[in-house]
Design a protein around this ligand. Structure first.
Ligand code: TMP
Ligand code: ASP
Length: 237
């Protein structure tokens, strides 16, 4: 049963349950960008993102990646395992887009020879600055061993997501993952959705993700719905 609200982030609200080892992650319709500076709302955003996340978590679980996903309780409520979130945003980049093209002389659309991994400090207060291993260790965010595990898991998840999405006509320029600790193990947490990934149409390279909202690239509802149609067609039947 749903108990008290524990935390409300920019896109999801977390609730306690009767089970001390499980939480409810509720996907809301609110949209934010640029560390909350730009705000919006999209009908069904919570629905599409939770269904996309569910499907991708299930696919990854089938391939041997442990995630916090347990089951859906409603259209937008996901029952998840309670983990201790590691405050590192793990970004995997396959094709240059977004901040890497603004910070470095790297042209948008360049395909990286091998995935480029970036760690950011998950902190709204500090604006998610980039980390290196020494800073992550100094901040006590993770141990050296955990960092190595996170790197390996992120790259494996990328190897699984890229072909899965490609078969559905979607390119994955980059995405952000969060991991959590549970009983000495590191598992995938948070979400994998249009808010946390760049999804490009394979043919036209059109954005079908939060960049549509960030940079006013068109109809965000249509973009998220299109991704949901390709990844979770069963919810449209
Ligand atoms: P970036 O190019 O803006 O650094 O974003 C890299 C990836 O991380 C992109 O797929 C979007 C995702 N992302 C988040 O999930 N949360 C964030 O706060 C930011 C800035 C990016
Ligand atoms: N997640 C951040 C925000 O909500 C930034 C972004 O996704 O662009 O403000």
């Amino acid at each position: 049963m749903k108990r008290e609200q524990l935390y409300s982030g920019k896109a999801k609200t977390i609730y306690a349950t009767d089970d001390p080892d499980a939480l409810i992650s509720e996907f809301r319709n609110s949209l934010t960008a640029f560390n909350g500076e730009k705000k919006g709302e999209m009908e069904k955003k919570g629905y599409y993102n939770s269904q996309i996340s569910k499907k991708l978590f299930e696919m990854l679980e089938e391939k041997g990646i442990r995630t916090h996903f347990i089951k859906m309780l409603s259209d937008i409520e996901m029952l998840v395992r309670k983990v201790e979130i590691i405050k590192i945003e793990v970004i995997v980049r396959n094709i240059a887009a977004g901040s890497i093209t603004r910070k470095y002389p790297i042209e948008e659309g360049i395909v990286f020879e091998s995935p480029v991994l970036v760690f950011d400090y998950k902190s709204d207060e500090f604006g998610d600055p980039m980390l290196n291993d020494d800073i992550a260790l100094t901040l006590g965010l993770a141990t050296r061993e955990e960092i190595a595990t996170i790197r390996k898991l992120a790259l494996r998840i990328n190897e699984l997501l890229v072909p899965y999405l490609d078969e559905r006509g979607i390119l994955l320029p980059d995405f952000k993952l969060e991991f959590g600790r549970i009983n000495g193990e590191i598992i995938l947490a948070d979400e994998i959705s249009c808010d946390t990934c760049r999804f490009w149409d394979k043919e036209t390279k059109r954005s079908m993700d939060k960049d549509v909202f960030r940079f006013d690239k068109g109809d965000i509802s249509k973009a998220y719905e299109e991704v949901a149609r390709r990844i979770v067609p069963e919810i449209f039947e």
